[in-house]
Write a protein that binds this ligand. Structure first.
Ligand code: PHE
Length: 331
């Protein structure tokens, strides 16, 4: 048996130790066999042998455990030094990161509005009913709530369906004049060729004291200027529409940048691309935040839609599949 202890001493790897353990304590191990012999003795001799064997077993297990700890440490050190990365080595592959196209587009949009003196505002992704709907003139059971399929939490909170609640939060926290944009994620229970459950919007809000200070003309100027900044020499038209939080409301189209308005597949042969929602802020919205004698305009746009148009990406899902062959083109 003493030979076994010197074998443990000499072992070079934890694998070798395991072999020794099996040799001694495994099903057919030498010590296991000795324990089996116990059955054949009785009385005092059984007692003495049992004591002897148990002492031996404990000594063996301790020797094994001690050696194992020492070897594991050595093996870990060897592994760590073998895996050490030399950061000064030349790398043959050009693994440079790049901005995601949606973020590139977001940056461009923000750049324009910041240049026009709009302040950047942020709001929570998890919203309450008041900020996402109620204060935006969308009372419970209002049919316009169906325009946006909402993800609800059990406690009645929800994932914001648009960036418009940040209008409310901004007006709650400061007095006019307000000139803000809010970029951010929004969520809708929707998934098909042109819709994903998460996408990005940029919201804009301008409010000033006085009933006639801000008009649709101001809104029209800024959005036309913005679209020309983004897409060059496009025609812009405002189409009457409906949003509960603006009155009057409009959807903004620009002439199709793929066919210059002649009509193609992208613009469904209309010559126009719908790119924005906007309007003059509804009186009920001001009432909800306790504003009086003010006027303002608001607008909202989908960043993915802008990116698809500006970068000629035909399928929205390309933005969310993380295919490097596509993303690499935006370096
Ligand atoms: N919140 C609207 C949407 O998500 C967009 C919008 C914002 C329209 C502001 C008008 C004014 O569709």
């Amino acid at each position: 048996m003493e030979a076994i202890f010197s074998k443990i001493d000499d072992a070079q790897t934890t694998a070798e130790l395991e072999e020794i353990r099996i040799l001694v304590m495994g099903k057919k191990g030498s010590l296991t066999a000795k324990f089996a012999e116990l059955k054949t003795c009785d009385g005092e001799s059984k007692k003495t042998l049992a004591k002897e064997l148990n002492t031996l077993k404990m000594r063996f297990e301790k020797a094994l455990a001690d050696k194992k700890e020492a070897l594991s440490l050595k093996e870990l050190e060897a592994k760590l030094s073998a895996e050490k990365i030399d950061v000064s080595l030349f790398s043959p592959s050009n693994l440079k990161g790049a901005n995601h196209p949606v973020m590139l587009m977001l940056d461009r949009i923000v750049e324009y509005f910041v240049g026009m003196n709009f302040a950047l505002k942020m709001g929570p992704l998890i919203e309450d009913d008041f900020h996402n709907f109620e204060a935006l003139n969308l009372p419970k059971y209002h049919p316009a709530r169906d325009m946006q399929d909402t993800f609800y939490f059990k406690d009645g909170k929800l994932l914001r369906t648009h960036t418009s609640p940040v209008q409310i939060r901004t007006m709650e926290s400061q007095k006019p004049p307000i000139r803000m944009i809010c970029p951010g994620n929004v969520f809708r229970c929707d998934y098909d060729l042109t819709h994903t459950p998460m996408f990005h919007q940029v919201e804009g809000l301008v409010v000033e004291s006085g009933k006639d200070s801000v008009s649709f003309a101001h809104l029209k100027f800024i959005l036309e200027d913005f679209l020309k900044y983004m897409f060059g020499d496009v025609k812009v038209r405002f189409r009457s529409s409906f949003f509960p939080f603006t009155e009057p409301s409009a959807e903004v189209d620009m002439s199709c940048i793929f066919c210059q308005g002649k009509g193609c597949r992208v613009c469904s042969h209309t010559g126009w691309l719908e790119v924005l929602g906007c309007g003059v802020v509804d009186e009920n919205v001001f009432r909800a935040v306790g504003y009086e004698n003010v006027s303002g305009y608001a607008f909202g746009l989908g960043v993915e839609r802008f990116a698809m148009l500006a970068y000629s990406v035909p399928d929205l899902r390309a933005f969310f599949e993380s295919d490097l062959r596509i993303l690499e083109q935006f370096k």
